[in-house]
Design a protein around this ligand. Structure first.
Ligand SMILES: CN(C)c1nnc([C@H](N)S(N)(=O)=O)s1
Ligand SMILES: [Zn+2]
Length: 248
């Protein structure tokens, strides 16, 4: 039977190329970023997100990640500026995380692996639809945000937070500083259609929040719990690509 790709030894990142040849391309993601190889580009402008909280639709465990999908049938939640030309529509966000706090991110910064990495996937409507955008080098833009675990402060009893609408821009860190490079989806088919915008400042999550992510199961509810952890692809060859920084 066709082995569906995943992150186990029999269907993991080292074997994706057997069914998805793009996985061995020259512009694959994630990558290791070493600050000494990064080039500051003063012409890079700031990026801007204007998201409509009403565009958030559903949250899903698809057995490989936890994903929130948004209505992208018109320019309702868009990202513009930075390395981008035009407005890119927010389609979904999801995360990659580890089995413990010392790893889990896909991109690695100066040797640092974060506990998790959040991806906000946007596509360029000039290419008609998402499927068309996947075939274009400027088709998709993914904002990557690193998650680090903050030492649990004393949780106060009865704390409550509004959750009627969900505006993903609340997840952005204070600083807009970013790295940008051209790469691919980090999961099969690994199309090389992505302008990556990686935010330099990580956001903090509590150990409880990480535990909630790690409590997700790869399996459907009527099957034994199979912890959904370590759903990250290791760094791929940079192959001479330039990583630019918006900051000095
Ligand atoms: C088709 N879509 C939305 C995606 N395909 N691969 C995705 C990967 N999870 S990632 N990490 O965003 O490249 S997201
Ligand atoms: Zn991802």
């Amino acid at each position: 039977a066709q082995v569906v790709w995943g992150y186990d030894s029999d269907n993991g990142p080292e074997r994706w190329h057997e069914n998805y040849p793009l996985a061995k391309g020259d512009k694959q993601s994630p990558i290791e970023i070493n600050s000494k190889d990064v080039r500051h580009d003063s012409s890079l402008s700031s990026w801007h997100a204007s998201y409509d909280p009403g565009a958030a639709k559903t949250i899903l465990n698809n057995g490989r990640t936890c994903r929130v999908v948004f209505d992208d049938t018109f320019d309702r939640s868009v990202l513009r500026g930075g390395p981008l030309t035009g407005a890119y529509r927010l389609r979904q966000l999801h995360l990659h995380w580890g089995s413990s706090d010392d790893h889990g991110s896909e991109h690695v910064i100066d040797g640092v692996k974060y506990a998790a990495e959040l991806h906000m996937v946007h596509w360029n409507p000039k290419h008609g639809n998402f499927a068309g955008a996947l075939k274009q080098p400027d088709g998709v833009a993914v904002v990557g945000i690193f998650l680090k675990v903050k030492i649990d402060n004393i949780k106060t009893k009865g704390k409550e937070a509004p959750f009627q609408h969900f505006d993903p821009s609340i997840l952005f860190p204070k600083s807009r500083d970013y790295w940008t490079y051209h790469g691919s989806f980090t999961t099969p088919p690994c199309e090389e259609c992505i302008t990556w915008i990686l935010l330099r400042e990580p956001i903090e999550v509590s150990a409880d929040q990480m535990a909630k992510l790690r409590s997700l199961s790869k399996n459907p509810e009527n099957e034994p719990v199979n912890p959904l952890v370590d759903n990250w692809r290791p760094p791929q060859p940079v192959k001479g690509r330039i990583v630019r920084a918006s900051f000095k």
